[in-house]
Design a protein. Structure first.
Length: 435
């Protein structure tokens, strides 16, 4: 005989299955790993629904046909596994958090890596390399001077006396040298038992400078010298460009003057060592990074002095144009390049913005001050051998006579130099390395 089930037996079996399904769904939802709000993570769950008949005495506890158990609200749980009292005041997030965490200093672990090597949970608990692209401006207050030498006059009436080539020049100006470059940085793990989790960092930088020659001290405008009213058609009938028709005074020659200028050369190198203090402000992670900084830059100074010296006036007795004057052009120019080693303090403020794959992009701004360790002066001299104004090479004196003229130049760098910069830093923090 084949056994058969009555209506009562079938109802008992469906009730038992319904209770088992509800219990299994509740256990999956309330598991320890899932005790967070449903809106904050994926929550595995299932429901069991059946239309099997039940007895009349149990109809009072049966689910309503209007609302299925699958659509019933799932309770949300706070991260601390405690029920939240609606009458309690809201928990405010502090504006500034000094990150006093993990007082024992033991590395936090990722629970998903059970049985494997622990992964640092926060970036302050690991070594962090970084690459940055920087832009900055080096600001320097410089001054310059020139001390021209003398030449012997060509007077035939009084004894020959020395006469200064030009006026002495003194001036000051500001170098603003914009630059762009890259920076490599490495940060150590922090001391997690102290507020702000202080850590050490070191960086090296290479930058390309976009400065240009700037006149610091100047008198007139030294250029190619030529008479103000020079007309090649009126030149004397013989080949001597120093004879100028209709010009009797030195002041009529354009292009005379003195200039001292300087330029920061293309490559600037720097580096630093300091401590980083981490905190959170308005839920943004910031680092304050005081440091000791080093910088090496190269400066080129240039000195120019142009002077037209009247030698003698031609006359008809020697077959020259009586209205022409002969001039000797003294054109002095010299350069000197000098490198400067500097040390000083620096301060950087860095803020994390967002994650991009295994890297975290940070923005930063810094300010540094540098004191030159060596002599801040660039001193050099320009010299030239010119014809003697008393007896220049001419038709009457074919060999001529000469004398040497010179001028001293100086470009003085400031005692303190300043560097203000901005940049983007890509910090290597693969997933599992925390924030």
């Amino acid at each position: 005989m084949i056994p058969t089930l009555g209506v009562g037996d079938a109802g008992d079996m469906w009730k038992r299955a319904t209770r088992v399904g509800a219990l299994a769904g509740f256990c999956l939802i309330a598991a320890p790993g899932g005790a967070v709000a449903a809106s904050e993570r994926f929550v595995p769950a299932f429901s069991f629904w059946s239309g099997a008949p039940i007895e009349e005495e149990e109809s009072a506890v049966a689910p309503s046909a209007d609302v299925s158990p699958a659509r019933a609200a799932i309770p949300a749980f706070r991260r601390n596994h405690a029920e939240h009292d609606a009458s309690a005041p809201p928990i405010d997030t502090p504006v500034v958090n000094l990150l006093l965490a993990n007082p024992s200093g033991a590395p936090a672990t990722d629970p998903s890596n059970a049985g494997s090597d622990p992964l640092p949970k926060d970036e302050t608990q690991r070594w962090v390399p970084a690459l940055a692209f920087t832009t900055s401006a080096i600001i320097q207050e410089v001054n310059a001077s020139s001390d021209p030498g003398f030449y012997m006059t060509n007077s035939s009436i009084v004894p020959r006396v020395p006469k200064r080539l030009s006026k002495a020049v003194h001036g000051e100006d500001r170098f603003v040298a914009p630059n762009m470059g890259i920076s490599l940085e490495l940060s150590t793990p922090g001391l997690n038992f102290l507020p702000t989790r202080p850590r050490l960092f070191a960086h090296v930088d290479a930058r390309v400078d976009f400065a240009f020659n700037k006149s610091v001290g100047r008198n007139l405008a030294p250029e190619n010298m030529v008479a103000a009213n020079f007309n090649p058609a009126l030149a004397p009938p013989y080949d001597d460009p120093h004879f100028i028709e209709g010009v009797g005074s030195e002041e009529e020659i354009r292009g005379q003057g003195t200039r001292v200028q300087g330029e920061v050369l293309s490559w600037v190198y720097s580096g630093g060592l300091g401590a980083a203090f981490t905190l959170e402000v308005f839920e943004r992670r910031l680092r304050l990074k005081p440091s000791a900084e080093y910088m090496y830059e190269t400066v080129r100074a240039t000195g120019i002095l142009n002077r037209a010296i009247r030698a003698y006036r031609g006359n008809s007795a020697i077959g020259t144009n009586p209205t022409a004057s002969r001039f000797i052009f003294a054109e002095l120019e010299a350069q000197k390049t000098q490198g400067f080693h500097m040390l000083g303090p620096g301060l950087e403020v860095e803020m994390d913005t967002f994650r991009f794959g295994p890297t975290v992009l940070s923005l930063f701004a810094n300010a540094k001050a540098f004191k030159i360790l060596s002599n801040p002066e660039i001193n050099f001299t320009a010299t030239e051998v010119i014809e003697d104004p008393c007896c220049p090479k001419s038709q009457l004196v074919p060999t001529g006579m000469t004398q040497t003229v010179s001028s001293d130049f100086s470009l003085v760098m400031p005692e303190w130099n300043y560097d203000l910069g901005l940049g983007l830093r890509f910090r290597w923090l693969p997933q599992g390395g925390g924030r």
